[in-house]
Design a protein around this ligand. Structure first.
Ligand SMILES: NC(=O)C1=CN([C@@H]2O[C@H](COP(=O)(O)OP(=O)(O)OC[C@H]3O[C@@H](n4cnc5c(N)ncnc54)[C@H](O)[C@@H]3O)[C@@H](O)[C@H]2O)[C@@H](O)CC1
Ligand SMILES: [K+]
Length: 535
C-alpha cells in the first residue's frame, strides 16, 4: 500500500484535476460524502442529532463544509465553528461556503481565545433543545499544516481534547488529526486526539508512524475517486509492508520436490562474546528457522563448546587466537571461511573491544557478500564513521533507536520524535556511491530506508517483542533470506514482516512474556501461512 507524503499528495490531486479533468470540487464532494457515510456506519442514525464542525483556513475546512451539508441532508443539524473569517476562504472551500450560506446553516466565528470559551455554552444551548451530539468534526488542518499551532487554534484543540461539556462525543478527524505532521508523525505543538480519522485517497506516512494511532484513532481510507492510473503515474516514496506484499516477496521461497540444501545458501555469522553467546545462538536460530540452507559461526575458541552444544545443526569455526571476544588476529581464518558463503551477519553480542572493532571495520569495508550489520557492529561503526570507505558489497544496517542515536549523533528521544528523518539521515551518512545500502530502524512501526530514499513501514509486531534477543533473531532471518536469493531491500522488508508476524502469533495467543527463542520457533509456521496464501 502506497503512503503519499503531503507534497506527493498535492501532486496526485493536481494530476487528477489537471491531467484527468476531475474537478477539485468533485474530489472534495467525495471526501465529504465518504466521511459522512463512515460516521453513519460507525455511530448510527444521524437524523435528529447535531454535530459540531470546526473549519480551518484551507481545503480541509472545505471538506468540513461538505460534511456539514451532507449531515444536514440526513436530518442532522450541523453547527459550524469557523476558526478564520469565512470571507478568507478561497477556491473549492469558498465554493462550498457559498452553498452553506445559501442554505442558511448556523455558524459561529471563533477567532480569539475569548470566543473559544463560548463553545461549551453554545453546545449546552443546542443540547438543551433535546438533541444528542453525534460527532465533533475536526476540519481545521489537513496536509497543509506547516508550522506549530498557536493562539486560538491551539486553544480550540485543547478544548476539543478536554471536552468536559461533551465527554462521550466521538471526534472525527477529516483527512488527518489537526496537528499531526502527515509526513513524519511529528506533532506540531498540539494535536486533536481523534476517535476516528477519515483519510482521503491513501493513508499518509505520518499516520502509521510509531504512536500516531494515539491521535488518529481508527484510521479509514476513503476512496475520493482518484483513479488508480493517477496513483501509478506519480512517484510515491513510502509504502506499507503488509501480509500481501510480504507473501509476494517471499514467493520464490516455495520449494520444489527435487531440491537440496545447497540451493538455500550458506550464512556466516560473526557474533557472540563471553557472556553474550546467546546473541549468536539466536541469530543462528533465526536463520535456520527461516529456511537457510547452511549456517556457520566464527566463534572465539573458548566459547566454541557452548555454541556447538546449543546449535547442533550449525557448523562452527573455533578461532584459535580469539579467546573471549572475536579478534582481528584471526582475520586470515575468517577470510578463508568467508570465501564460499552467500551472506554474512555481523554484530550480535560481539562487544566493542578494540581488536574486535578493527576486525569489524575491515570486514565492513572488504567483504563482497551482502552483510547484515547489527548491534555492537553498529556501535563500532558509529565510533568510526569518518574512516568508513566504500564497502565491497551491499550492507543492511539494523539499529534500534539507541544504536541509531549513536550512528547519527543524536539522542534516542530525538530519534523517536522523528523516526523518518533519523532513518534518512543515517542512510545518507552511510550511503556510498555504487553500493546498495538498507537502513532498518527497529521499534513499533519498524521503518526501512533504502536506495532512492524509498521508505517501507512495517505493520506487523507488538509490544511483547520488547524483550532481549528479538533483534538477534531478526538479523539471522534477514541473513537467511539473503542466502535464499532475495535482494537486500526485499530480504530486509520481508524479514522484518515475518519477524513481527511470528511475534504477533504468540502475542495474540498468550500476551507478552514469550522469548526470542519462542519467536524463532514460530517462524516456519508463519512462513508457511504466507506462502500458502499465494495463488
Ligand atoms: N483537491 C484537493 O487538493 C483536495 C484536498 N482535500 C483536502 O485539502 C486538504 C489540504 O488542503 P490545504 O492545502 O488547503 O491545507 P489545509 O487545509 O491543511 O490548510 C492549509 C492552511 O492552513 C494554514 N496554516 C498552516 N499551518 C498553520 C498553523 N500552524 N496555524 C495557522 N494556520 C496554518 C496555511 O497557511 C493554509 O492557509 C487535505 O488535507 C484534504 O483535507 C480534499 O478535499 C480532497 C481534494
Ligand atoms: K483535520
Amino acid at each position: 500500500m502506497k503512503l503519499p507524503g503531503s507534497e506527493e499528495m498535492r501532486a496526485i490531486d493536481r494530476c487528477a484535476i489537471e491531467e484527468f479533468g476531475i474537478p477539485g470540487v468533485v474530489l472534495m464532494e467525495n471526501a465529504g460524502t465518504g466521511t459522512v457515510r463512515l460516521i453513519e456506519e460507525h455511530f448510527g442514525t444521524l437524523s435528529g442529532t447535531f454535530a459540531l464542525i470546526f473549519i480551518g483556513p484551507g481545503n480541509n475546512g472545505g471538506d468540513g463544509l461538505v460534511i456539514g451539508r451532507h449531515l444536514h441532508q440526513r436530518g442532522c443539524e450541523p453547527v459550524f465553528f469557523f476558526l478564520v473569517s469565512p470571507d478568507s476562504l478561497t477556491g473549492d472551500a469558498a465554493v462550498n461556503l457559498a452553498v452553506v450560506q445559501k442554505l442558511k446553516l448556523p455558524f459561529h466565528v471563533i477567532d480569539s481565545a475569548t470566543r473559544v470559551k463560548t463553545i461549551p455554552v453554545l453546545f449546552k444551548q443546542i443540547e438543551s433543545r433535546g438533541k444528542p451530539c453525534c460527532a465533533i468534526i475536526d476540519a481545521i488542518f489537513g496536509t497543509g499544516l506547516t508550522r506549530d499551532i498557536s493562539g486560538h487554534f491551539a486553544d480550540t484543540i485543547d478544548l476539543i481534547n478536554g471536552r468536559s461539556f461533551a465527554k462521550h462525543t466521538p471526534v472525527v478527524a477529516v483527512d488527518t488529526p489537526s496537528g499531526l505532521d502527515s509526513d513524519t508523525g511529528k506533532i506540531f505543538g498540539r494535536c486533536v486526539t481523534a476517535t476516528m480519522t477519515a483519510t482521503f485517497g491513501c493513508a499518509k506516512p505520518g499516520q502509521v508512524m510509531q504512536g500516531s494511532s494515539a491521535v488518529t484513532g481508527s484510521l479509514h481510507v476513503i476512496d475520493i475517486g482518484i483513479p488508480p492510473e493517477v496513483i501509478a503515474k506519480n512517484t510515491i516514496a513510502t509504502s506499507l509492508i503488509t501480509a500481501e506484499t510480504a507473501a509476494d516477496w517471499l514467493r520464490g521461497l516455495k520449494r520444489q520436490a527435487n531440491t537440496h540444501k545447497g540451493s538455500y545458501g550458506h550464512l556466516l555469522i560473526l557474533a557472540g562474546s563471553a557472556g553474550k553467546t546467546g546473541a549468536a545462538i539466536l541469530a543462528a536460530r533465526g536463520a535456520q528457522r527461516s529456511g537457510c540452507g547452511l549456517v556457520s559461526l566464527c566463534v572465539p575458541y573458548d566459547l566454541n563448546t557452548i555454541l556447538e552444544t546449543s546449535l547442533i545443526e550449525a557448523m562452527t569455526v573455533p578461532l584459535p587466537t580469539s579467546s573471549s571476544v572475536l579478534n582481528v588476529s584471526d582475520l586470515a581464518t575468517i577470510l578463508k571461511h568467508l570465501d564460499d558463503k552467500t551472506a554474512v551477519v555481523i554484530g550480535p553480542g560481539l562487544g566493542t573491544d578494540t581488536r574486535t572493532a578493527e576486525l569489524v571495520l575491515y570486514l565492513y569495508h572488504s567483504v563482497k557478500q551482502p552483510m547484515v550489520v547489527d548491534a555492537d557492529a553498529l556501535n563500532i561503526l558509529a565510533r568510526h564513521v569518518d574512516q568508513l570507505r566504500t564497502p565491497a558489497g551491499p550492507r543492511i544496517l539494523t539499529p534500534h533507536p539507541g544504536e541509531m542515536a549513536r550512528l547519527i549523533g543524536r539522542n534516542a528521544t530525538e530519534v523517536q520524535e522523528n523516526r523518518l528523518d533519523a532513518g534518512k539521515l543515517c542512510y545518507h551518512r552511510f550511503k556510498k556511491k555504487g553500493r546498495e545500502l538498507v537502513v532498518i530502524l527497529k521499534g513499533a512501526g519498524t521503518l526501512i530506508v533504502t536506495d532512492n530514499e524509498q521508505v517501507l513501514i512495517n505493520t506487523s509486531g507488538n509490544p511483547g517483542m520488547a524483550a532481549g534477543g528479538m533483534g538477534d533473531v531478526l538479523s539471522g532471518i534477514i541473513g537467511s533470506l539473503l542466502c535464499q536469493g532475495l535482494s537486500p531491500t526485499i530480504a530486509a522488508a520481508a524479514g522484518v514482516y515475518l519477524h513481527g508476524m511470528a511475534g504477533d502469533g504468540l502475542y495474540s495467543e498468550n500476551g507478552h512474556g514469550f522469548t526470542a527463542s519462542d519467536l524463532a520457533c514460530n517462524l516456519p509456521r508463519c512462513l508457511k501461512q504466507l506462502l500458502d496464501h499465494l495463488s
